[in-house]
Design a protein around this ligand. Structure first.
Ligand code: PLZ
Length: 453
């Protein structure tokens, strides 16, 4: 499928083109300025400075054009500068840029909440509050869960990523680079094993059941059921390496929560908003979380995040207890309304499913030729491969992962790494990518694996 021109946003030639070293001379000049002006702790995966982006490509200041398999970490799901996002945000910029919703309300905020209340897989009537970032949404979901239950403890999972603020960094599993040196951390956070089929000690068949048993033991025996407010889970773990929980695990988690009156929070910041071929990834396993967080894909590139939850829970936070200066900014709200329109009018849920089928079939073909590709997994336009040492012993191979990613970057394909062991290559193309570019990108990857394995 060649993407119809109206879905590609700015008119940018849809080609892969590397015409300088990567990064090129102009980017290297800007990197020198970066080094003098920014802290060393801020780095970039592919340090080429961007001039424009849209459809399935990112064009840098040296005129190189990269196939985009990253979407700015799952953000530009509807495409960069998608037409409806640009049109609505531009009109809003000319009307007013800010009032603070806590001072004066405006309709677009309510409209975004109404849309999410209808779309999110929360049971019964729902309410939504808007925020600025994924981390802020997770923080507020936990505030709501604590206010509604009057209990402190939060249960999270191994390999989880929930953000970089003090609470969400505590909720995040991996020490380096997210936590090292930044403690002390928040109290009352407990970690259960994730049902990670590829690495479950007794094999994938027993994974869902044994992980559920471990969760019950943690809640009932170690923490004490009456102390637990919520269980927080990514329905597909993002930074942890696109870990799709073993089939049946998420429904078991829901049942464990329901039996005990615990609140189930699904962190859909990365997997939500059409990314996996459904509006929310929870739908694949048919679960109905009490609270769902969304962010990334919601604003089409503008910063906006949401907490959508069962009405009676959301109403438990006391008057004045939720808010923020910039939360639900009117330009970002209009952008989000543009995102909903793009998804519906271009049937992007189906597009995400097709992209997933294409990626999975090519990647499985690559896996058959290269035993360093230990696992191929994901849903829709959220797919990853896990790289291991040759010989089938599943030992993580982060060095190979880094080399393959670097080679892809040199060849004009932007890929991202992930994973608790740094050995996952993840693919998050915008849904506005053409089939031609998608397949070309996969062939670049195939060659890079063949060259480095
Ligand atoms: N929850 C599930 O994936 C952000 C982080 C990039 P913010 N993931 C990308 C980085 O290295 O900081 C994320 C997520 C899930 C929460 C968050 C946090 O979202 O918008 O970055 O705060």
């Amino acid at each position: 499928m060649t993407v119809a021109p109206e879905t590609t946003g700015p008119v940018i030639e849809q080609v892969r083109r590397v015409r300088t070293e990567v990064p090129g001379p102009r980017s290297r000049e800007l990197l020198d300025r970066q080094r003098a002006a920014l802290p060393a702790g801020l780095g970039s995966t592919l340090p080429v400075f961007v001039a424009s982006a849209g459809g399935g490509v990112i064009v840098d200041v040296d005129g190189n054009s990269f196939i985009d398999f990253g979407s700015g970490i799952a953000v530009t799901t509807v495409g960069n500068s998608a037409p409806r996002v640009v049109a609505r945000a531009t009109e809003q910029l000319q009307r007013f840029t800010h009032t603070c919703y806590l001072v004066n309300p405006y309709e677009s905020y309510v409209a975004v909440c109404e849309r999410l209340n209808r779309l999110a897989p929360v049971p019964g009537p729902a309410r939504t509050a808007l925020f600025n970032s994924g981390a802020e949404a997770v923080e507020n979901a936990i505030k709501v869960a604590r206010a509604a239950t009057g209990r402190p403890a939060i249960v999270v999972f191994d390999h989880a990523f929930h953000g970089r603020t003090l609470l969400t960094m505590t909720l995040t599993a991996k020490n380096k680079p997210y936590k090292q040196g930044f403690g002390p951390f928040v109290a009352d956070v407990y970690r259960a094993p994730m049902a990670y089929p590829y690495r479950w000690p007794t094999g994938p068949e027993r994974c869902a059941e044994e992980a559920a048993e471990a969760l019950v033991d943690l809640i009932d025996r170690q923490i004490g059921t009456d102390n637990v407010a919520a269980v927080l889970v990514e329905p597909i773990q993002g930074e942890g390496g696109f870990i799709v929980p073993a089939p049946g695990f998420l429904p078991k988690v829901q049942q464990i929560c329901a039996e005990r009156g615990l609140i189930l929070i699904a962190d859909e910041v990365q997997a939500g908003i059409a990314r996996t071929g459904t509006w929310f990834a929870s739908e694949h396993e048919g679960i109905q979380p009490d609270i769902v967080t969304s962010a990334k894909g919601l604003g089409g590139g503008l910063p906006i995040a949401a907490v959508t939850g069962r009405a009676e829970l959301m109403d438990a936070a006391p008057a004045g207890g939720l808010g923020g200066t910039f939360s639900g900014n009117p330009v970002a709200c209009e952008a989000a309304l543009g995102v909903f329109d793009e998804i519906e009018e271009h049937d992007l849920l189906t597009r995400a499913q097709r992209i997933g089928e294409t990626m999975l079939s090519t990647l499985r073909d690559i896996q058959r030729a290269h035993d360093v590709v230990g696992d191929v997994r994901g849903r829709g336009a959220m797919i990853a491969i896990e790289l291991v040492h040759p010989g089938g012993d599943r030992r993580p191979n982060p060095e190979l992962t880094t080399r393959i990613a670097a080679r892809c970057h040199q060849e004009g394909l932007l890929v991202l790494t992930a994973g608790s062991y740094g050995n996952v290559l993840r693919f998050l193309p915008p849904l506005s990518i053409s089939d031609e570019l998608l397949n070309e990108g996969l062939e670049v990857l195939r060659s890079a694996i063949a060259a480095e394995a």
